[in-house]
Ligand binder design. Structure first.
Ligand SMILES: NC(=O)c1ccc[n+]([C@@H]2O[C@H](COP(=O)([O-])OP(=O)(O)OC[C@H]3O[C@@H](n4cnc5c(N)ncnc54)[C@H](OP(=O)(O)O)[C@@H]3O)[C@@H](O)[C@H]2O)c1
Length: 337
């Protein structure tokens, strides 16, 4: 049955990727409404060979819409998701506005599709680094329960939106030309630099927002409230696709061979772990793909009990960590009733 859909934030990095995912996965779309701020109203975006006009988001935008994919700001989600939900529309929100709400399912269809059961009209799409880290970790968690995760992220410009991608291009060009560059979107010079993630830092613990999401959202998605997580999140001058170095501790020992075979046998995961060729996951190889690349699968030598594995993963967070995950949630909605 074809559905009437809306994309809120259709002109952004995630919104545009959503259009692509709907098209590539042949989602049964009856009508697609593209919404953004007044700044972009009137712009044209192609969908299935047809030019669609972007409209300004207003309270009246959701009449007749069955599923709304939100890819705008947290503020927009807080204001307009309840309006859309009251209009009878199911909202799939990519911002962090509702993720911690105990009444809102936080869904990765490849991990916890059952979280949708009995849902209200608002569903949350998790943080991108969390989705990319948990997809392989969940495979191993099914072998032996996960107890502790230590992660270091290498996050791309695309995670901060379309303007941040442009800032990386411009600041790199300026650095090569020896010209001064004043950052506009991100807090620090980006080309040829790395800096701590640009989310707010909790003054008490020193952990930033991205690091806290890895803890709270992993616990909620896996349903393990006592899971111990410590992350260090950093932006690197990569245009697209996040990477994460992970040390994961399990209740029981898991051999490298067992882990590799389980990961290799999972749809949506691609093992890239060639020790001889020194070939492992890279963001350029992960970009635009629908699979999480997993490699550097090793026994963590610092844990003599054999219960800790080290991994390096890379995934296109615009797709796997945002747009594709949201479209996969929408596909689960199609199966209802
Ligand atoms: N980038 C990622 O990998 C990623 C991953 C997971 C989650 N997310 C989340 O997804 C959301 C979108 O991220 P993004 O990276 O796509 O950002 P982006 O490229 O900056 O795009 C933001 C979009 O929101 C629209 N927007 C902004 N203010 C608005 C308003 N007042 N009313 C209506 N529309 C408005 C913009 O429209 P205009 O063109 O009119 O400005 C644009 O379409 C954010 O909440 C982000 O945290 C992003």
């Amino acid at each position: 049955v074809k559905k009437t859909l809306a994309i809120v934030g259709a002109t952004g990095a995630v919104g545009r990727e959503m259009l692509l995912c709907l098209e590539q996965r042949r989602f049964p779309v009856k009508e697609l409404r593209l919404l953004a701020s007044a700044r972009s109203a009137g712009a044209e975006i192609e969908f299935r060979g047809e030019k669609l006009k972007v409209e300004e988001l207003t309270a009246g935008s959701f009449a007749g819409v069955e599923i709304a994919l939100f890819a705008a700001t947290t503020g927009v989600a807080k204001e307009f998701a309840p309006i859309a939900a009251r209009a009878g529309c199911v909202v799939i929100d990519n911002s962090s506005a509702f993720r911690a709400d105990p009444g809102v399912p936080l869904v990765v269809p490849r991990i916890n599709p059952e979280a949708l059961e009995g849902h209200g009209n608002i569903l949350a799409n998790p943080n991108c680094s969390t989705i990319i880290s948990l997809l392989p970790l969940n495979v191993l968690h099914e072998i032996s329960p996960l107890s502790r995760v230590i992660a270091a992220t290498y996050q791309a410009a695309s995670g901060a939106g379309a303007e941040a991608m442009e800032e990386l291009r411009e600041s790199t060009r300026a650095a090569l030309d020896g010209k001064p560059f004043t950052p506009k979107v991100l807090p620090h010079p980006y080309g040829f630099n790395i800096f701590s993630h640009d989310s707010d830092v909790d003054p008490e613990t020193g952990y930033n927002g991205e690091e806290r999401k890895l803890l709270t959202e992993s616990r909620k998605i896996l349903g393990v409230p006592e899971l111990r997580v410590s992350a260090t999140c950093v932006r690197v001058p990569v245009l697209r696709a996040h990477s994460v170095a992970i040390h994961a501790e399990f209740r029981d020992p898991i051999s490298v061979e067992h882990a590799r075979a389980a990961l290799a046998g999972t749809k949506g995961i691609e093992v890239v772990d060639d020790r001889e060729a020194n070939l492992f996951p890279m963001p350029v190889a992960a970009a635009h793909g629908d699979g999480v690349l997993v490699g550097r699968i090793r026994a963590d030598l610092s844990d003599p009990t054999g219960r800790t594995l080290a991994l390096f993963v890379a995934g296109d967070q615009l797709r796997i960590g945002a747009a594709l995950n949201a479209v996969e949630i929408a596909e689960l909605l199609l199966e209802e009733k």
